[in-house]
Design a protein around this ligand. Structure first.
Ligand code: IDP
Ligand code: MG
Length: 153
């Protein structure tokens, strides 16, 4: 089954939204297979946000991601990359639809609460970037038959 990387950004940590957001993933039926609080170093951010390195606001994004530790999560499920991106909503919290995490908790482009991998390829790389093998857990999801039909997973 697919895995994806989520980061609850300092905008979520500082506003006390960690629990509410994790609850959404649990309620949806996604399995948490890795979770930890970490501080994002300059080096990690320069790799993770390499596609934004030339932008004038890159320094500001980096600083914003270092306001506090973040919560890194690895979630597992059928098509979990797309499922979590849909739950996340578009980058700009002001245009994100109500019902999405950004739509419900953010009115900003930068302070938009959450990072979620945007493709299966990116997810594989990003999960490896933030989790060692021994930090990811392979355990049975006991309610699987109630969460999916048996031809879905
Ligand atoms: P995504 O998080 O929706 O995948 P990306 O384009 O990958 O969006 O950008 C990564 C993060 O960088 C965004 O979540 C946001 O916090 C920040 N960011 C992106 N574009 C801007 C911008 O134009 N102004 C300020 N921050 C931005
Ligand atoms: Mg992105």
């Amino acid at each position: 089954m697919e895995k994806t990387l989520v980061i609850l950004k300092p905008s979520a940590v500082q506003r006390g939204l960690i629990g509410k957001i994790i609850t959404r993933f649990e309620d949806k039926g996604l399995q948490i297979v890795g979770m930890k609080m970490i501080f994002l170093t300059d080096n990690v951010l320069e790799v993770h946000y390499a596609h934004l390195k030339e932008k004038p606001f890159f320094k500001r994004i980096k600083e914003s991601m270092q306001v506090s530790p973040v919560v890194a999560m690895c979630l597992k499920g059928v098509s979990v990359v797309d499922v979590v991106r849909a739950m996340t909503g578009p980058t700009n919290g002001r245009s994100a639809q109500a019902g999405t995490i950004r739509g419900d908790f953010s009115v900003s482009v930068q302070e938009n609460i959450i990072h979620a991998s945007d493709s299966v390829e990116a997810a594989k790389i990003e999960v490896k970037r933030f989790f060692k093998e021994e930090e990811l857990f392979d355990y049975p999801q006991l309610m699987l038959p109630n969460i999916y039909a048996n031809d879905e997973y």
